[in-house]
Design a protein around this ligand. Structure first.
Ligand code: SF4
Length: 217
């Protein structure tokens, strides 16, 4: 069991699903590290091209997770979310890369698809695992690898996209909440967090208000 990050901690009792999701993210991040280490496939520094090509869609659990991170960054988060420019296609893409986050302004809270991109394999119609290098990582290398080749060459398989997606897809407890584009989902999740906080009388809770300071200290 991994300890939950500081930005989730204040909300965990209200939304236990965040802890389950965090476990899945940790397992995936660990699998990706091992895969990247053995395969030597890594994103070039400062790339971020994948973020300029799509806006992720997320379900409730992932939207809440990211919303917790976003809230921890700004007490005026709904207002700042609305005031951010629509930079198509991903709203959270930051053109100025930072050392720890690359181009993602919400890196610690980013959704599953962003974690998987470039580092996962999927199954073809014959149910065989296939790994395709992203077009930036693909230089002089072959682009597509079968399961046999992966095992033979790298002695390890990359994380399987379908396995993680199905785990995450079962987490969203509200069946009325369909997956939706990231910005819309995060706005809805922030409103949901605040509403629940208000309902439980936790507004101004020192635990919630001080979470960021605890981390920084
Ligand atoms: S959430 Fe972050 S990592 Fe995902 S597409 Fe947007 S900018 Fe990229």
């Amino acid at each position: 069991m991994h300890s939950v990050p500081w930005f989730i901690n204040p909300w965990l009792a209200m939304f236990p699903v965040l802890g389950t999701l965090h476990e899945i993210y940790c397992e995936l991040d660990n699998e990706i590290s091992q895969w990247a280490l053995k395969s030597q496939f890594n994103c070039p520094e400062g790339c971020g091209l994948c973020c300029t090509n799509f806006e992720p869609r997320v379900g409730q659990a992932e939207a809440l997770y990211l919303a917790c991170y976003y809230i921890s960054q700004s007490s005026q988060c709904l207002e700042s979310l609305k005031s951010l420019k629509e930079v198509p296609p991903c709203f959270f893409y930051d053109p100025e890369p930072g050392p720890a986050k690359g181009h993602c302004s919400v890196y610690p809270g980013r959704p599953l698809i962003c974690r998987l991109f470039g580092f996962s394999a999927s199954r073809n119609k014959q149910q065989q695992l296939v790994f395709r290098l992203c077009k930036i990582m693909h230089q002089n290398e072959e682009r597509q690898f079968t399961e046999e080749i992966l095992k033979e060459r790298f002695k390890i398989l990359p994380p399987e996209m379908g396995r993680y997606s199905s785990q995450v897809n079962t987490l969203s407890p509200d069946l009325n909440w369909e997956s939706m584009p990231l910005k819309q989902a995060v706005e809805k999740a922030i409103a949901h967090l605040y509403l629940k906080q208000k309902y439980l009388g936790l507004e101004g809770s020192p635990h919630i208000e001080s979470s960021k300071e605890d981390f920084i200290a």
